[in-house]
Design a protein around this ligand. Sequence first.
Ligand SMILES: [Zn+2]
Length: 128
Amino acid sequence: MSQNISDTYASQLQQMRTEVLAQLRAQRGGKVGRAESAAEARETASDDWAQADAERDLAFALEERESAELVAIDEALKRIADGSYGLCIDCGVGIATPRLHANPTALRCVACQEKIEHAQGTAPPAGY
Ligand SMILES: [Zn+2]
């Protein structure tokens, strides 16, 4: 992959990183996380525990998803730095450019990704 193309992905990833960090900060509203706010709400509004629980779970889920995204972005930036970016981590072939454009943190080519999704999800078709 040429240096120019790597630079394009690097700046795209940096931008994603900034956005995810801003979202995380906004959710935390400074130092208090939404999860903590929900926990406080639960203490004051004891007749509505179920809803406070649901809100807290949602806040945790959002933070977890965004933290995972941040890790994926950092991994991709590291891979750009060491020159392995854009290569499938399983089979080593170059990941298709449209796929990287759509998902700059992609680690695997479509074929390997599908294999993993099959392994995790539905059983493979007979004879596969
Ligand atoms: Zn692959």
